[in-house]
Design a protein around this ligand. Structure first.
Ligand code: HEC
Length: 297
């Protein structure tokens, strides 16, 4: 009969397995402060103690059935520290007398079975696996090695760099080549809020800058409204330096200008104007001659 693994070892193993399991499925370490994690730990601890208690009963029952000699041997073996037993069970070959001890007490047609130590190569592989696991998990948790978030960050930066490279070499968008595309409206809105809304209001209703939702225009430089907006972004206002030449100054790229112009076109041509009664700025300039809703192709 073999001495049993101390309950503390089982507890540590179960606790470590729980941490690994939670860490794999929760994806961050927030579970350490979660009530569910600690409830699982408490339940697992209770179950380990119950299993150990049942083990105690089986152990004492089997102990009573041993001969005096076997009892003495068992007590001596039990006095050895756990780690020593573990080491010997992995690396020490048993004697014939010990083999006697290991015969499992069931048989069929005279065939009996030994409760033998596992092959050394198997154990070696197993312990290698354990060490690899510990190294890999610590590397994953505490270093940059093979960490998905770090790898994502790296790839993301590489992509940004290649976009920047592309923008440097890609043909510049000018008032000659800019095209209206409704799929730009959404992004154009975000850019408008960041660059223009301080002066023209979130919805283009006007403020320091004129109302962009009505048919009155101070600057009428192009033949259609979309390109007129783009022209303003490229060149700024010839009358008022507050309206800067965003594209020529390099504050925004031609591509972003195309997106912003699409959004302003949408405000001006596709949404109802924000009138003075609705809090919009008073019309400035003259009614423009361009035909409603037709951006130049
Ligand atoms: C610092 C304030 C300010 C900011 C920021 C600003 N504008 Fe203006 N904008 C003005 C002023 C002032 C005018 C009127 C210029 C004039 O009198 O010719 C103007 C004029 C315009 C016009 C022509 C309106 C007309 O009636 O002729 C357009 C189009 C325009 N802005 C679009 C934009 C867009 C798009 C942005 C964001 C990229 C922007 N503006 C950012 C102040 C601003």
């Amino acid at each position: 009969m073999k001495p049993r693994t101390p309950v503390i070892v089982n507890l540590i193993v179960v606790f470590v397995l729980l941490i690994i399991g939670y860490d794999m499925f929760v994806q961050n370490s927030s579970f350490l402060s979660s009530i569910y994690f600690w409830a699982t730990v408490v339940i697992a601890t209770i179950m380990v103690f119950i299993a150990h208690g049942i083990g105690d009963l089986i152990e004492s029952d089997r102990f009573l059935k041993l001969s005096e000699e076997e009892k003495a041997q068992y007590i001596a073996e039990k006095k050895k520290p756990f780690y020593k037993r573990l080491w010997e069970s992995a690396f020490k070959k048993q004697s014939n007398a010990e083999e006697e001890d290991m015969i499992i007490d069931h048989g069929f047609d005279g065939i009996t079975e030994l409760d033998n130590s596992l092959p050394k190569w198997w154990l070696g592989l197993f312990y290698f696996g354990c060490v690899f696991c510990v190294v890999y998990i610590s590397a994953y948790a505490f270093t940059d090695f093979a960490h998905p978030l770090k790898e994502y960050d790296k790839e993301y930066k590489a992509q940004l760099a290649s976009i920047e490279e592309y923008e440097k070499t890609a043909p510049k968008i000018t008032v000659e080549t800019a095209k209206y595309d409704p799929s730009n409206i959404e992004e154009g809105k975000a850019l408008f809020l960041a660059n223009c809304a301080t002066c023209h209001g979130d919805n283009g209703k006007g403020g320091i800058g004129p109302n962009l939702t009505d048919d009155y225009w101070i600057n009428q430089k192009e033949k259609d409204v979309f390109h007129n907006i783009f022209w303003m972004l490229e060149n700024g206002s010839p009358n008022n330096p507050a309206m800067r030449a965003f594209i020529k100054e390099g504050t925004i790229s031609g591509k972003d200008g195309e997106k912003i112009a699409a959004f302003v076109f949408h405000l001006n041509q596709e949404l109802p104007p924000v009138t003075q009664a609705q809090g919009g700025a008073a019309p400035q300039g003259e009614v423009a001659p361009w035909v409603k809703g037709t951006p130049r192709k």
